[in-house]
Design a protein around this ligand. Structure first.
Ligand code: GTP
Ligand code: MG
Length: 195
């Protein structure tokens, strides 16, 4: 998809703030600092519309970005960040769980993994949880620019086996830094969101 318009809409703390225009939504889930916001920026050719940071835990609400008035990216707070207090983690956890389970306009979850490392326990739990709720998932292994091309296949295999990737779930190699995988990811988004 050629992006001609990309707008930040709202940083939502709960359902009464979610947009009501019923456009399809693509949510991003992944460990804190894995590169979710950077992926959004790369997909829409913007430097910093989605706020990125080298300090993990920056994205704390559901941040909605509307693209071409056709589809939303929903940037979800990262999981597995130890420095967030337990009570705060529980509040977010409930909000995110409810969103993922009940949001009717949610068409696809992009689960973002770091290509450099095997999936963590949290990554495995997240993927199993998404699958238990029958959500369509596309796994995106990002930061590919940090691995020599000759090792990409080996690392993809480790991601696939670590998550026990279910048949039919796409796995895409990506780099927000270099734009690798962007067209392939847009193709998957278009398929699920029926763009
Ligand atoms: P939280 O919002 O805290 O959950 O983090 P996030 O998942 O949104 O990560 P963010 O996009 O802020 O990126 C975290 C760090 O990783 C930043 O320093 C980015 O520049 C870097 N980064 C993200 N994607 C890539 C990539 O594809 N390649 C490289 N080399 N660095 C990346
Ligand atoms: Mg972020």
């Amino acid at each position: 998809m050629k992006v001609t318009k990309a707008e930040f809409i709202i940083s939502a703390v709960g359902p009464d703030q979610y947009p009501e225009d019923a456009l399809p939504e693509i949510a991003l889930a992944g460990r804190s600092n894995v590169g979710k916001s950077s992926l959004i920026n790369r997909m829409i050719n913007r430097k910093n519309l989605a706020r990125t940071s080298s300090t993990p835990g920056k994205t704390q609400h559901l941040n909605y970005y509307r693209i071409n008035d056709r589809v939303y990216f929903v940037d979800v707070p990262g999981y597995g960040y130890a420095k967030v207090s337990k009570s705060q983690r529980e509040v977010w956890g409930k909000m995110i769980e409810k969103y993922l389970q009940e949001r009717e306009t949610l068409k696809l979850v992009l689960q973002i993994i770091d290509l450099r490392h095997p999936p963590t326990k949290d990554d495995e739990l997240m993927y199993d949880w998404l699958k238990a709720f029958d959500l369509p998932v596309c796994v995106v292994a990002t930061k590919a620019d940090k691995i020599p091309k000759s090792r990409w296949q080996k690392h993809l295999k480790i991601v696939k086996e670590g998550l026990v990737l279910r048949a039919g779930d796409p796995l895409i190699l990506f780099s927000a830094e270099e734009g690798i995988g962007k067209d392939e990811l847009w193709a998957q988004i278009a398929r699920y969101a029926e763009l």
